[in-house]
Write a protein that binds this ligand. Structure first.
Ligand SMILES: Cc1cc2nc3c(=O)[nH]c(=O)nc-3n(C[C@H](O)[C@H](O)[C@H](O)COP(=O)(O)OP(=O)(O)OC[C@H]3O[C@@H](n4cnc5c(N)ncnc54)[C@H](O)[C@@H]3O)c2cc1C
Length: 374
């Protein structure tokens, strides 16, 4: 089958690799260069930050995808020699900075109810296991199974694997519209007017996905939610687990760098950083890990999460538009959900039964005004 994938972010690249592995002829059409947008910006946490904020089908999807991750990155490394820096270093949820003890208690109970194993540590245990935390922190929830990857490295591995499979990665190639005949999607029209034919089209255009299908009467309520991150240059070993303080987090890399993320903003398609947000992130980092105050700020960046009002992605075939497969709307969890998304896309096009019921991820009526930023 000839398949066109719109968008070279993590969903487009992971889907392209899975489709090529099934023997399809795949071309990825990317407006800029592959793997530079939200997927490059992401921190790489492989567990939903506040799982109770999501409907049950998302949690099942997340847990299944997480279970695929180790094999996903191992397979990429074996064939490409590139590591995604997968580490299962655990996650600490502190009390005393963003969350009170009572809020942490509630959060811990909710995580346990949803199947995320967490235990409570008091300050003495924290000092023994993770020294150097801020004096405001009174205790923490400890989630031993809390993995992470380094998205730019994962994207590099996916790109190389796609090339090994003969996937055509076409940069600076903007899709303007889908081409249909008799209600069936038959390919795409590029911004320059050229038409490309395909047996199937995968829509993986991240925050920009909705605009590409609106003319066809398909309402995808995907909207950009800006996130800003800053990068500190630390020394290896200063911090081992990820520290997750509600919406803010500190995520160490093996080379000692520490990511401080992230904001949640309704700012349209404006993917820029702002001094005020970066200052707040810096202050948060200092309260969580005082040693970070003397670390140099090496970089900062912003990206646009593809948010949906009900916090569920759009996945799978579209009954009303045969030939179209959706892989978009992953909001805050697109890195985590990449392996399961790729599996679903490949299963749908191969006629295999996907690993989850796709009904909740089909196009649906949602309240487009519902707030995603809280
Ligand atoms: C600050 C921040 C932190 C995050 N942290 C995490 C995290 O820790 N864990 C996690 O799981 N997720 C995280 N995310 C979310 C994650 O980044 C996204 O869910 C994921 O990257 C979405 O992948 P995507 O491929 O759909 O989108 P993108 O990476 O945005 O890719 C879409 C691509 O489509 C291209 N495109 C758009 N329109 C067209 C067109 N018309 N023609 C051709 N190409 C087009 C774009 O140029 C882009 O390259 C974070 C996001 C942000 C912003």
């Amino acid at each position: 089958m000839q398949v066109l994938v719109i968008g070279g972010g993590i969903q487009g690249l992971a889907s392209a690799v899975a489709l090529a592995a099934d023997g399809h002829l795949v071309q990825v059409l990317e407006r800029e260069t592959p793997g530079q947008r939200a997927s490059w910006v992401a921190a790489g946490l492989l567990t939903p930050s506040s799982p109770w904020k999501y409907p049950a089908p998302l949690i099942e999807l997340a847990q299944r995808s997480e279970a695929l991750y180790l094999e996903f990155v191992r397979e990429l490394q074996v064939h490409t020699g590139l590591s995604a820096e997968y580490e299962n270093a655990g996650m600490l949820y502190p009390a005393g900075v963003g969350l009170s003890e009572a809020q942490l208690e509630t959060a811990t109970r909710r995580r346990l109810e949803l199947g995320f194993a967490v235990e409570r540590w008091d300050r003495a245990r924290l000092d023994a296991e993770c020294p150097g935390l801020g004096s405001d922190i009174s205790g923490a929830g400890w989630q031993p199974h809390g993995a992470r990857v380094r998205p730019p490295r994962l994207l590099a591995a996916l790109r190389r694997r796609a090339e090994q499979f003969g996937v055509e990665l076409t940069s600076r190639c903007e899709v303007a519209a889908l081409c249909t005949r008799g209600g069936r999607v038959l390919g795409v029209q590029l911004a320059g007017g050229q038409r490309l034919h395909a047996d199937a089209v995968v829509l993986a255009a991240g925050a920009w996905s909705g605009g590409l299908v609106a003319d066809l009467g398909l309402q995808l309520h995907v909207r950009p939610v800006r996130g800003q991150i800053l990068l500190l240059r630390g020394a290896p070993g200063v911090l081992r687990p990820t520290i997750n303080d509600g919406d803010g987090y500190l995520l160490p890399r093996p080379d000692g760098r520490i990511l401080v993320g992230s904001t949640m903003e309704d700012a349209g398609f404006d993917a820029v950083t702002t001094p005020a947000a970066l200052r707040r992130l810096r202050e948060l980092a200092a309260r969580l890990l005082p040693a970070s105050a003397s670390m140099t700020e090496e970089n900062n960046w912003a990206g646009l999460r593809p948010g949906t009002s009900d916090r569920l992605p759009y996945l799978g075939a579209v009954r009303e538009l045969p030939g179209l497969v959706l892989a978009t709307g992953h909001f805050r969890n697109g890195i985590l959900l990449a392996p399961i998304t790729a599996r679903i896309v490949a299963d749908v096009l191969a006629g295999r039964t996907p690993p989850v019921n796709l009904a909740p991820f089909a196009p649906r009526d949602v309240d487009p005004e519902r707030a995603l930023v809280s």
